[in-house]
Design a protein around this ligand. Structure first.
Ligand SMILES: Cc1cc2nc3c(=O)[nH]c(=O)nc-3n(C[C@H](O)[C@H](O)[C@H](O)COP(=O)(O)OP(=O)(O)OC[C@H]3O[C@@H](n4cnc5c(N)ncnc54)[C@H](O)[C@@H]3O)c2cc1C
Length: 317
């Protein structure tokens, strides 16, 4: 996390490459995959080829369990049909962890994750969506049309169990958001000390001093919550605790939006200009309350935990 924060201070997407590839998809593979799958795919990852994790669909975002992609077992193979959307690294990563509804002997058997290789017949990479920020990795559609996957490529079954690995990704994504915010804060602080208007450094104006103080409060809070979530591992899943990861990601992602926005303001026209990195940081930061569980669905997770009433079901995709 310390390394990812440092990377993201300068380049959010570089931090995200580490997090996206390693925390979610790789976590699932290493925790639940067979020895044979780990042996085959871990070597790809170690060679720098990050896996993608494909859960979301056009009609199933926060409500991830409404997914329509199916994997039907036929003659010792899984036959995949359906489409995924917004998949980070789609078309770039060779290894694709695809979530699908399993069907065996005509009966639904819950959600499972399958390892699907790029270039497999029946697997097509669709349109790339051009996003507001974080453009260094593509977000694409993935289409499966009678794509046949060997039986042993089913990594694990059970949506709750698979989503436990996502708690690690949420802590990782929060750390990228924190790094982007820390980078913007440091730039704003340096600028506020240096830039003079009305004969004094703008850091002397109370309106800006309070922005900087608020940024410091938010950053310290988010970092402490992230480090707590990373260190308190759920003994059953081996991944970070669901509630603590949700708290940390909401805090860090909302911190990133607020701090990059204020840092841009402190830079005046320079902040709004593409000659400086602030506008990129603000665009990059905007993603983190959406991808990997929105701030609203994560609040539902937190509310479930604190009230003991599970209203949000298991649908925080
Ligand atoms: C840059 C980026 C990268 C992504 N990468 C991936 C990826 O690699 N793999 C993948 O599978 N997915 C990926 N996603 C998709 C992401 O997981 C979804 O965007 C997210 O789950 C939200 O789904 P949605 O966009 O369909 O929004 P919706 O679910 O349609 O939500 C729309 C709005 O309604 C709110 N809302 C929904 N349900 C509730 C509720 N119960 N209570 C209160 N508010 C609610 C949401 O918070 C949101 O504000 C990515 C998204 C982005 C932006």
């Amino acid at each position: 996390m310390v390394v990812v924060e440092e990377m993201a201070k300068v380049c959010g997407i570089t931090g995200r490459i580490v997090v996206e590839g390693n925390m979610g998809a790789l976590g699932i593979l290493m925790r639940y995959g067979s020895e044979a799958l780990k042996r085959r795919y871990a070597s790809w990852v170690l060679a720098g080829d990050k896996p993608v994790i494909a859960i979301s669909e056009p009609e199933a975002g926060s409500d991830a369990t409404a997914m329509q992609t199916t994997a039907v077992k036929e003659n010792g193979e899984w036959v995949l049909n359906g489409s995924k959307s917004w998949i980070t690294g789609g078309g770039v990563s060779r290894l694709n962890l695809v979530f699908a509804k399993l069907v065996e002997d005509g009966a639904g058997k819950g959600i499972g994750a399958l390892a699907v290789e790029l270039g497999q017949p029946g697997f097509e990479v669709g349109r790339r969506a051009y996003m507001m920020g974080l453009r260094g990795i593509p977000e694409t559609e993935l289409h499966f049309n009678n794509c046949r996957v060997p039986e042993e490529n089913l990594i694990a079954r059970g949506f709750g169990k698979l989503m436990a690995a996502y708690n690690a990704q949420r802590v990782g994504a929060g750390t990228v958001a924190l790094g982007i915010a820390q980078g913007a804060y440091e730039a704003a602080l340096a600028h506020a000390r240096e830039r003079k208007q009305f004969g004094r450094p703008i850091a002397e104006f109370q309106g800006l001093r309070w922005m900087l103080a608020d940024a410091r409060i938010r950053l310290d809070g988010a970092r402490l919550l992230l480090h707590r979530a990373a260190s308190e591992v759920d003994p059953v899943s081996g991944f970070p605790d669901r509630e603590l990861a949700a708290i940390a990601k909401v805090a860090a992602s909302e911190t990133a939006i607020a701090v990059t926005n204020d840092a841009l303001q402190i830079h005046g026209a320079r902040g709004y200009s593409r000659d400086y990195p602030l506008e990129r940081m603000a665009r990059d930061a905007r993603m983190f309350t959406i991808g990997g569980g929105t701030a609203q669905t994560l609040r539902n997770v937190i509310a479930d935990a604190i009230t003991g009433q599970r209203v949000s079901q298991r649908r925080e995709g």
